[in-house]
Design a protein around this ligand. Structure first.
Ligand SMILES: NC(=O)c1ccc[n+]([C@@H]2O[C@H](COP(=O)([O-])OP(=O)(O)OC[C@H]3O[C@@H](n4cnc5c(N)ncnc54)[C@H](OP(=O)(O)O)[C@@H]3O)[C@@H](O)[C@H]2O)c1
Length: 249
């Protein structure tokens, strides 16, 4: 029997990068997968790629009431959740002096407020023993220039893993966070940098990683599956850093 057979798993931002790899990994392990995202074309493509009874729902995690809307869409389909990978997030980098309120609001609306109220709205749908994994970042652990707002938003998730684990314990739901280091995904193309600057940035980051390479989305997916499975039942409110040693050596 596969590890997630008869289990229903929701991956937010499951139409790209780490989220898509994780959705594929859950599906390979027998799960029924539900994904969300904003972009209809990549949602459709991801649903096709994942296959089976995959459900793809358009949901902007930064919009007011996004969590409630999603919970209503799932409820009307009779969905109960065994795991949630809260992965959708935006990464906007700019030097401290250039940060404006729009960047702050967008980052915190999606990465913090949207994440928090999505969990709150979905809580009635969790089966006992369900696991929530949040997608943080090593940026919460280091002082990388131009990352101040993004890093703060990811630091909030580390505390949510602890406080929400404490509050959801009576329901048998635990919350943990993965904090990836640099991972090769379409995210870097969304930073708004010119190709030459992007290449320079990637080379500079690679130098800071003891393994001298970026991680792969599959390497993050493996950790998310572990933290979502019964084999990690004794791991509660913690952070798993997956960064090629970037913050450790
Ligand atoms: N790549 C890295 O080096 C790295 C390192 C540490 C942490 N992370 C975190 O990993 C997560 C996934 O990023 P990725 O690297 O896989 O990049 P990605 O390929 O750009 O994926 C980002 C995902 O988030 C979704 N998303 C963004 N804003 C959204 C919103 N308002 N509502 C719903 N979905 C939204 C995107 O969907 P649409 O395309 O439909 O908007 C997409 O599926 C993010 O939380 C990021 O902070 C990435």
């Amino acid at each position: 029997m596969k590890r997630f057979e008869n289990k229903t798993i929701l991956v937010t931002g499951g139409n790209s990068g780490i989220g898509l790899s994780t959705a594929l990994a859950f599906a390979r392990e027998g799960a029924r997968v539900i994904i969300t995202g904003r972009d209809q074309a990549t949602l459709d493509a991801a649903r096709e790629q994942i296959g089976g009874a995959t459900l793809a729902l358009r949901n902007d995690q930064g919009a007011p009431g996004a969590g409630q809307t999603l919970a209503a869409q799932l409820s009307e389909r009779g969905v109960r959740l065994d795991a949630l990978f809260l992965n959708a997030g935006v990464a906007k980098f700019a030097p401290f002096e250039q940060i404006d309120e729009a960047l702050w609001d967008d980052t915190f609306n999606v990465n913090v407020k949207g994440a928090y109220f999505t969990i709150q709205a979905l809580t009635p749908l969790f089966n006992p023993g369900a696991a929530i994994v949040l997608n943080g970042s090593v940026n919460a652990r280091i002082g990388m220039p131009a990352s101040s707002v993004y890093a703060a938003s990811k630091a909030a998730l580390i505390t949510f893993a602890k406080t929400l684990s404490a509050e959801l314990l009576p329901r048998g739901v635990r919350v943990n966070v993965v904090s990836p280091g640099p991972v090769t995904t379409p995210l870097y193309g969304r930073l708004g940098l010119a190709p030459a600057d992007l290449t320079g940035m990637a080379a500079a980051i690679t130098e800071q990683i003891p393994l001298k390479r970026f991680g792969t989305p599959e390497e993050i997916a493996g950790a998310v599956l572990y933290l979502s499975a019964p084999e990690s039942a004794f791991i509660v409110g913690t952070e798993l850093i997956i960064d090629g040693g970037m913050t450790q050596l």
